[in-house]
Design a protein around this ligand. Structure first.
Ligand code: HSE
Length: 440
């Protein structure tokens, strides 16, 4: 029998409006796929002016409220869709809704990354489901793929371009020589950036998303503090250009998760990828996730990771899965996301990772510099693969010496660079950028 599934939407901003738009536009597809009728029963937003958009979608003004309890306490509501973002009060509202037996759809990456175990434990206890597709890479169905489609695999690695804003900035810097500030301003103008854009730039948005992907993959919470993070604030145009022009590498902000069977390596930082690698061609605000599973091999997901309709696509697909399960009286009999709060994951220290490195040293141009620098690197077990030195421009000015190393241990190369930076012939602090060569 076909019943009507009642939705309670919290947050009627860009994504909320996109969800309402898509539910109306694709109503017949949604009914066919879910086997039910899906209806917006309530929309809650603290800004009463947002009710003005309702008549565009044929919804009555009575659907709208500014009082959260009129959604959470309404026993007719089957699914609460949380789209307000941020940890509080979203966490409080979500836990209350779970305790009332409502199923949840959320796009809230910050809340999930921080309170993963609490939310999923509470959902298990109350036999409700929490669906989270829109929290990572918006329209790309990466949660469902890791949770279900690839669940037969041991995941060896995930390399993700998970933040559209920083990818937009780096693309504009690389391809148009646009300066950082102007590129960021454009990303804000197009609506890719977070309300607080420092979360994009400092890598935290990508960290939140990586925590979610990793926690789905391992069935246990990867804590935020387990993830090493560097943003793109200190990236300089000249390194983007030397890396590409002299060595063929493209700079990306990568979210990296690797599993060697003993410990996991989880980090977000700028990284150079070979110009021929698929990830190097992911430009502008696009996101991509490159996965290697032991059975399936390598694959890449690509698409829009931000924006009204890509996010709505993910939220509405969650609504469809949930509605189908509710209609068949099976929603909550088994959890969707497995979260084992007892499971402890061993996380690798950044000092112990092994990679190739791009280093730029600023030095006076005089005999013996290269041998001194390479001597220090050698003493620390760092072997040089190639070197490029720019000819001296002005008398006695520093010149950049750029090196790409063979695979080395991060702790070793950091020690070597700190020694190099103390040499009298070396000027400014050296630059280090990790190189990520998939399959190495
Ligand atoms: N600020 C985010 C980004 C939006 O740039 O990717 C989508 O999560």
């Amino acid at each position: 029998m076909k019943r009507t599934i009642n939705l309670g939407l919290i947050g009627f901003g860009t994504v909320g409006e996109g969800v309402v738009k898509l539910l109306k536009k694709n109503a017949s597809v949604i009914e066919r796929k879910s086997g039910t009728r899906v209806r917006i029963a309530r929309i809650c937003d603290k800004n009463p002016r947002r009710a003005g958009a309702l008549n565009k979608y044929g919804l009555s003004r009575d659907v709208f409220t500014t009082k959260i309890n009129e959604v959470i306490n309404d026993d007719n509501i089957d699914i609460v869709i949380e789209l307000i973002g941020g940890c509080e009060p979203a966490r409080k509202y979500m836990l209350e809704a779970i305790r009332k037996g409502r199923h949840i759809v959320t796009a809230n990456k910050a809340l999930l990354a921080e309170h993963w175990s609490e939310i999923f434990s509470e959902a298990d206890k109350h036999k409700v489901l929490v669906y989270i597709e829109a929290s990572v890479c918006s329209g790309i169905p990466i949660i469902q793929s890791l949770n279900e489609g690839l669940s037969a695999n041991k995941i060896k690695s995930i390399l993700g371009i998970l933040n559209g804003t920083t990818n937009y900035i780096l693309t504009k810097m690389s391809k148009e020589r646009m300066d950082f500030a102007s590129a960021l301003m454009e990303a804000k103008k197009y609506g890719f950036a977070e309300t607080d854009a420092s979360l994009d730039v400092n890598g935290m948005d990508a960290v939140n998303k990586l925590v979610i992907l990793g926690s789905v993959t391992f069935g246990a919470h990867i804590k935020l503090s387990d993830v090493y993070c560097e943003g793109i604030e200190n990236i300089m145009q000249e390194d983007i250009e030397y890396a590409y022009n002299e060595f063929g590498y493209v700079l990306k902000l990568l979210a990296i998760l690797k599993n060697n069977g003993k410990a996991i390596d989880v980090r977000v930082h700028p990284a150079l990828v070979p110009g021929g690698h698929l990830l190097s061609s992911v430009d502008n605000e696009y996101n991509a996730v490159y996965i290697e599973g032991d059975a399936v091999g390598e694959m890449m997901f690509f698409g829009k990771g931000a924006g009204e309709m890509p996010a709505a696509s993910a939220v509405v697909s969650d609504i469809i899965y949930l509605s189908k399960n509710i209609n068949n009286d099976i929603a909550g009999r088994a959890p969707y996301i497995i979260c084992n709060s007892e499971k402890k994951l061993k996380v690798m220290n950044i000092k112990d990772i092994r990679a190739k490195y791009y280093i730029r040293i600023s030095s006076v141009d005089r005999p013996g510099v290269l041998s001194r620098v390479s001597g220090v690197l050698g003493e620390h077990n760092v072997s040089i693969a190639s070197v490029y030195q720019v000819a001296q421009g002005k008398p006695r000015g520093d010149v950049p010496i750029i090196m790409v190393t063979h695979i080395a241990r991060e702790g070793d190369i950091k020690k070597a660079l700190s020694k190099i930076d103390r040499l009298s012939m070396v000027g400014k602090k050296s630059i280090l950028i990790r190189i990520e060569e998939p399959n190495e």
